[in-house]
Ligand binder design. Structure first.
Ligand code: SF4
Length: 88
């Protein structure tokens, strides 16, 4: 299973929320910008580590859903989302 990291750059995020419809782990945060909540997915149990700071959200997952995250990244009109495979 690939391990991958999703980054949302908050400077670039405009709160358009196209990402939410592609990957349910993306949610609206308290600041009105996108963040990631592994528990937000209504269908799959999902585990991941999320760090949400003033500048960016970084989430690491270890599952087979990298394509969903990539679709969210492609859907984002401001290119605020980066998805990268990482090694152990
Ligand atoms: S689609 Fe992009 S700009 Fe819109 S909320 Fe998601 S990360 Fe932010």
């Amino acid at each position: 299973m690939p391990r991958y990291e999703i980054t949302i750059e908050k400077d670039a995020c405009d709160g358009i929320f196209a990402c939410l419809t592609r990957d349910p782990r993306f949610v609206e945060g308290e600041d009105g910008l996108a963040t990631i909540d592994p528990d937000a997915d209504p269908i799959y149990d999902c585990e991941g580590e999320v760090t949400d700071t003033e500048r960016r959200v970084v989430a690491t997952f270890d599952d087979d859903r990298i394509d969903e995250a990539r679709q969210a990244a492609v859907a984002c009109p401001t290119d605020a989302i980066v998805v990268e495979e990482v090694s152990e």
